[in-house]
Ligand binder design. Sequence first.
Ligand code: ATP
Ligand code: MG
Length: 635
Amino acid sequence: MSNYHIKHLEEYYQVYRKSVREPENFWAEVAEEHFMWRRRWDTVLSWDFKKPEIKWFEGAQLNITENCIDRHLRTKGDQTAIIFEPNSPDETAEHITYQQLHDRVCQMANVLKDKGIKKGDRVCIYLPMIPELAISLLACARIGAIHSVVFAGFSSKALASRVNDSECKMVITSDGSYRGSKTIDLKGIVDEGLESCPCVEHVLVVNRIDSEIEMKAGRDVWLQPLLDEASPVCEPEIMNAEDPLFILYTSGSTGKPKGMVHTTGGYMVYTAYTFKNVFQYKDGDVYWCTADIGWITGHSYIVYGPLANGATTVMFEGVPQYPDFGRFWQIVEKHKVNQFYTAPTAIRALGKQNISFVENCDLSSLKVLGSVGEPINEEAWHWYNDNVGKHKSPIVDTWWQTETGGIMITPIPYVTPTKPTYATLPFPGIQPALLDEEGKEIKGNQVDGRLCIKFPWPSIARTIWGNHERYKDTYFSAFDNMYFTGDGALRDEVGYYRITGRVDDVIIVSGHNLGTAPIEDAINEHPAVAESAIVGFPHDVKGNALYGYVTLKETGESRDQNNLRNEINQLIKDRVGAIAKLDKIQFTDGLPKTRSGKIMRRILRKIASKDISNLGDTSTLLNPECVQVIIDESL
Ligand code: ATP
Ligand code: MG
């Protein structure tokens, strides 16, 4: 039996059981059958969650770009690997074949080598969503350099702290970037940031917007002339399976960013295997993930997972609202996208708009819809299912983290029956556990607790760059012999998982633990509500009470706020229980979000508790201006 492609539920259970009973055989078979190794491993897995130390496929040698590019050339050299859809619909989309990708990656790899970059060196990539971004990742991997992508929406300070943390020798950037109707002076941000980064020797600059920029002599150089001169052949550096592939800083919803380190062999196997199954990708399909490559979702499911499967993957440079709110759907129609993977924040934002934006486009190519990043609330789930999937494309609500490298809990489309707000079942190889406060595992169904993982999987991050102690403290100290995810979850009567929110955000009211997601879900059911976030604040009697921040849909109607408050609390009472009713409800125009679009509850918590003197690290906020407004209008 080939375990690689799961096609029905019975097969899922068989494969899953095998992955738990004989994990080493299971992963060895997947790795052996579907990838290209220069040398086979000596040991499939060795692990110790106490140290913690995890190694997969030790002794094996490979280069991930041979798996993502070279091995497809014979059969798929002329097939499109990457479709680049530019910011402006007036600019022609670019189709890059596997052969062209090979040549461009090799040229870039040769430029890096020429600039003195060697195996193990760190290269910071600070680029917009243009082909050079994917090509830079792969070029680093080609020569064994460790890439550290910093999302090109981050400030100069955030960039500098990441560059310094991992002591990058080089930065790859562009003169500027397009973002809807605006341009952003990326190079200016880099120049400012690098003033405090003595480790950087070279800056390679892509010309994207043809702007006049300053080039620092001896440090900065335009990339294109170097590429034009470079050879399109570059022998891959042979890497050990456990050599680092990249560092990626977590999105920073909860505190100081952590430089998660992912290694080569296990990461490749797991991202490729999950991509194939979670999106049921078939040869010839066009797959589109709307994330930015600056996030783990883009690393694993725009670049490595799809390319390892010889897929066609779309890279979109722009934003969902430019030139209008129909852009996503226009792109689906234009490129006949088969699998579409986005985030709840985007679904909620698009769901607020006139439905004609969706209805004007032919979405009949779609077969699978995905969601990632936050719990998807029930209303958004139905909107997505009704209007985008039209009840024929299953929604895969994929739960995972930067630290996990790949998708962990998810339905498999056309295999696992879906249920709104539920990420459903663990992917093969993943052994979730729910723990109580004392650290005891809660067995059985219809229970909830802290979500942990009992056994290693191939793409788990191996450390935090330069800070193994923090890695140990954050993930392996809360519970004995478990990886602690930081999230809470419940398991329903059939064993489906629902993520209830971050454990840090859990609010204890009169002795009851309340997760944020189910309550926000109830609030969002109200037809006037667009989005909401709840936090706890000190209360004399209950210890804690609930404070809700609510944004309304832009319908133009005016509503009586007190009526709305009553209606919202009635919904909560009906759906969750009277215990979860909100003591305070503040209507606001916006909620503070990370640049990856996640609501940052820790800031709201401080405002609700009137503790605004130190709001913590806000450098990763997308919309810092809304914080002051919320403070000024707070109740
Ligand atoms: P930081 O760890 O720096 O605070 P972050 O947790 O936002 O940032 P990511 O690794 O991008 O960084 O996000 C992972 C988290 O996102 C998960 O732990 C979970 O809280 C949330 N999440 C992701 N996907 C889902 C999903 N499908 N359902 C519910 N929550 C999800
Ligand atoms: Mg996290």
